[in-house]
Ligand binder design. Structure first.
Ligand SMILES: Cc1ncc(COP(=O)(O)O)c(C=O)c1O
Length: 443
């Protein structure tokens, strides 16, 4: 007998391109920390849907703000001014690090990064863009070229023809698997010494910008060592390059600060935010920069989208930011995130297959290995575990790529996550590793 569930899945396969190879689960409803499928089964959402759903699902206050904006005015292009865009720009510049006082609003993280890269090229009069292996910046041409976490778009020679040239990738601060074989406690930031040498050896010596995520998210939750971002800032200053922080994941409270760069007191020239900016309920992103750079960009008419500065997104973002501040959710991210990290480290002592636990605030990850000694990436377990956790009602994100030789389960739940939610999540991870271990003997 064909059930409704099977019909919908078959029709989805027939009519929709399966770009993310979707799981055979149909979500119909959601509430707070939970997604509910068409069979009524509840799933604890520790992915916040690619880290966007910061207030959790079905937040009434945010929905009310969006619906009343819908009834007032929805669609106005960037050819005109609205009160909503002024309000959001004022809020964002108040929250942003010192000196970042001008804003451009976009639709996705990719188009915001695209604009940040254009800004660097235009403002600096050309020059290379330097980015990091394992970094992720989006799927449009420029943002995909900056991405160093090899994707099909870069691996496919035909699609790669679409990518602009002039990008240089360098080594990330991935201390668990240091490209230089160094011990992080005595490395003297060898990776940045290498980067400096790369710039000096490059014939043009001309760098428009260095772009990085302060904490690499999709690349496997890579937290830089103390002093790293300060040194990166110094290198940018030495070579007269702009520093772009892609805070599309790490921004808006995710790491326990409004923006992750605050942890190290490093101020970029351009800061990019997206995803959770609007609580994930409508698409939206923003680029925040200095007055000097912003004023130069005023003259540019080659960037904009029909929905840039969209009033609906401005209202969603303003309300989301208001709730986050009023309810102390950045603080919650810091406290509950530290608790999640502690609980994951307990699991690490129990299982030889958890090689490393890393993260800040409610952006945490654990790396799966065959055993702690060899640190060999455990791809088989990654696939099994992700599915087992789903089966047991926990949604996470699996970052697993053979060419990057790492498998990391990434957890970035909504900022409303409680310690009780963490306990439930840990219980499911624990039971799932046990279940997988009976099939493969890695325990
Ligand atoms: C750090 C980072 N930057 C940019 C993007 C692209 O954002 P979007 O998918 O909204 O285009 C992503 C998406 O995952 C991301 O993780």
């Amino acid at each position: 007998m064909i059930t409704l569930n099977n019909t919908v899945i078959a029709e989805d396969k027939a009519y929709n391109m399966q770009v993310y190879s979707p799981e055979e689960i149909i979500f119909k409803q959601a509430d707070g920390m939970y997604l509910i499928d068409d069979q009524g089964k509840k799933y604890l959402d520790f992915s916040a849907q690619f880290s966007a759903c910061s207030l959790g699902h079905n937040n009434k206050e945010l929905i009310d703000a969006i619906s009343s904006q819908m009834k007032k005015i929805v669609s106005v292009t960037s050819m005109f001014v609205t009160q909503e865009r002024v309000q959001l720009a004022k809020t964002l510049t108040d929250l942003a690090p010192y000196g970042l006082t001008k804003v451009l609003m976009g639709c996705t993280g990719s188009d915001a990064n695209e604009f940040a890269l254009k800004t660097a090229k235009y403002y600096k009069g050309g020059g290379k863009i330097i980015s990091f292996w394992r970094g992720f910046h989006g799927s449009t041409a420029g943002s995909a070229a900056a991405t160093g976490k090899s994707e099909t778009i870069q691996e496919n020679p035909h699609i790669a023809e679409l990518l602009p040239r002039g990008f240089l990738h360098t080594s990330p601060p991935y201390c668990y698997r240091c490209d230089f074989g160094k011990n992080p406690h005595h490395c003297e930031l060898q990776c940045l010494k290498y980067l400096e040498q790369q710039i000096l050896n490059d014939s043009s010596n001309n760098v428009a910008a260095i772009i990085t995520e302060p904490v690499f998210a999709a690349g496997g939750v890579i937290v830089p060592p103390n002093g790293y971002l300060k040194e990166l800032r110094r290198i940018c200053d030495r070579f007269n390059a702009l520093l772009i922080f892609d805070e599309v994941v790490t921004g808006i409270g995710r790491t326990g600060a409004m923006f992750a760069c605050e942890h190290w007191e490093v101020i970029p020239d351009i800061l990019v935010t997206g995803k959770a900016l609007t609580g994930g309920y409508v698409p939206g992103s923003a680029v925040i920069t200095t007055k000097e750079i912003g004023d130069v960009m005023d003259k540019l008419t080659l960037h904009g989208h029909t929905h840039s500065f969209y009033p609906l997104m401005c209202t969603a973002a303003s309300k989301n930011l208001e709730i986050i501040q009023r309810d102390g959710l950045v603080e919650n991210s810091r406290i509950v995130g530290a608790y999640l990290n502690k609980r994951l480290k307990e699991l690490q002592t129990k299982y030889d297959v958890i090689g490393d636990v890393r993260g800040m605030g409610l952006l945490q990850g654990f790396e799966l290995v065959k055993n702690k000694k060899t640190k060999q990436a455990n791809f088989e377990l990654g696939d099994m575990l992700f599915k087992e956790m789903l089966k047991k009602g926990l949604v996470t994100e699996l970052e697993s790529r053979k060419n990057l030789n790492n498998v990391v389960i990434v957890l970035h739940p909504p900022l409303i996550t409680s310690k009780k939610d963490v306990d439930r999540c840990i219980q499911i991870i624990d039971a799932s590793i046990e279940a997988c271990s009976t099939n493969i003997h890695y325990k």
